[in-house]
Design a binder for this molecule. Sequence first.
Ligand SMILES: Cc1cc2nc3c(=O)[nH]c(=O)nc-3n(C[C@H](O)[C@H](O)[C@H](O)COP(=O)(O)OP(=O)(O)OC[C@H]3O[C@@H](n4cnc5c(N)ncnc54)[C@H](O)[C@@H]3O)c2cc1C
Length: 500
Amino acid sequence: MARVAVVGAGLGALAAAARLAALGHAVTVLEQAPQVGGKLGWYARDGHGFDTGPSLVTLPQLYRDLFAVTGGPLEDAVDLVRLDPAVAYRFADGTRLSVPGHAAAVPGALDAALGAGSGAQWSALMARAAAMWRITEQPFLRSPLAGAATLARLALSGSDVATVAPWRTLRGLGTAYLRDPRLRTLLDRYATYSGSDPRRAPAVLATVPHVEQAFGSWYVRGGLRRLAGAVAQRAVERGAVVRTGTPVEQVLVEGGRAAGVRLAGGEVLRADVVVSGADAAALYADLLPTSRPTRRVRHDLARSTPSLSGFVLLLALRGRTPGLAHHTVLFPDDYDAEFDAVFGVGRFRGAPRPVADPTVYVSAPDDPATRPDDASESWFVLVNAPRHDPAGGVDWDAPGLADRYARQVLEVMARRGLDVRDRVRWCVVRTPADLERDTRSVGGSIYGTSSNGARAAFLRPGNASPVPGLFLVGGSSHPGGGLPLVALSAEIVAGLVGPA
Ligand SMILES: Cc1cc2nc3c(=O)[nH]c(=O)nc-3n(C[C@H](O)[C@H](O)[C@H](O)COP(=O)(O)OP(=O)(O)OC[C@H]3O[C@@H](n4cnc5c(N)ncnc54)[C@H](O)[C@@H]3O)c2cc1C
């Protein structure tokens, strides 16, 4: 039995803690915030309740696996609801498209909304994406990153290489398969699921809409934060200790291997294994002593583009919006301007800025747990935003910026047909700087590093660090961010540590 110290109680870390406790290890989770969940947060006031981070669960099977191997079914712990429709899109030309929650119904809906032939184009792309998923799931997503060994595992046949097309971007793939610009916009949006720019992210991200449509879009009744509570509860049931309000200041390295952690206030917790669920950039910059192997990881991190962040409005609204889907996306006229602004490239080279005319994502669960009464609604509104970077980019703490931009987002929504300005009871604004403060993700990046560039996936920090006994879990390490992938990172780490 190893003593395991887990840094942070984000979902990846909690999943690792549950697995390692179930394997018989003595696990202690140390979370700086007063509650568990990290980005999977919750805000409640006056009977209104909001998930402040994720609003969409994909690949729930990964959480079913987690719960099954740690002692009992997921469905006993949370109430999962499959969404149908999955998402309603409004395009800049006024077209409305409601995407059904089951893959078989998608082509028909596309033909009806976008014109005959759209469904066939999308189906051909999804068939290619399904093949990409079969090729990459096991050797890449479900296995540790191991330099040349990963490449050897990925030693693909010529036809597999042609299918995955590692040289191709998501935009390039969309252009090859989709003639309708609205379909291409729809595909481009999936790059943002990993915080990336479709013009630079790899084509293999087409697997994201594939898994979303093949396995469904899901909600957790009562709010997604319940998933974090349930995983924490499972870890505790298996014997883990969870300490909140407990910042880790340093990962101790003795004789070249991880030896425990030092907490704020000086307490030392000795451990045989340290699992860090903190942002990898913060781990390598602040928590670990510098050494030659860690310098190498810092170098790789410096060569990666950080993921985008998000600007969030939590809107407590009077009244209800008839016919509103659970998820609605309002697209702008010029999607590329959004990526230029967020990443400071193209026309905004070197000068990232809040997006003037952003894509707006509205999540409005029809769930009594989120509203004070049936004549009210609670909307989570998200727009892509550059990370908080007072030194070289956007300073989200600049006086007046957050309020000004919140008004701008509400105006954009009004222009695109969702005018709620006279229904706002109150509005809470959460900027990338708030996300950084609350979860210690550097710059408020949602997913650590982005997938921009063909090598990005290989530059992302691995789950086994160069320091023996120190492992990384969560969205800023392999295989990446988002609820499904962090579950995979936990599975990989539990496999690397092994049973007690
Ligand atoms: C606005 C927003 C929307 C999102 N939407 C979706 C979505 O719809 N679907 C989806 O799948 N994903 C979504 N995500 C991404 C998803 O939230 C994350 O990938 C996921 O929650 C997993 O995070 P993590 O395991 O990396 O940990 P995090 O949530 O990043 O948590 C890290 C934890 O470590 C703690 N910590 C950090 N440093 C220390 C330290 N030194 N000592 C102690 N504790 C420390 C932090 O306080 C935090 O609790 C969204 C994220 C955001 C912010």
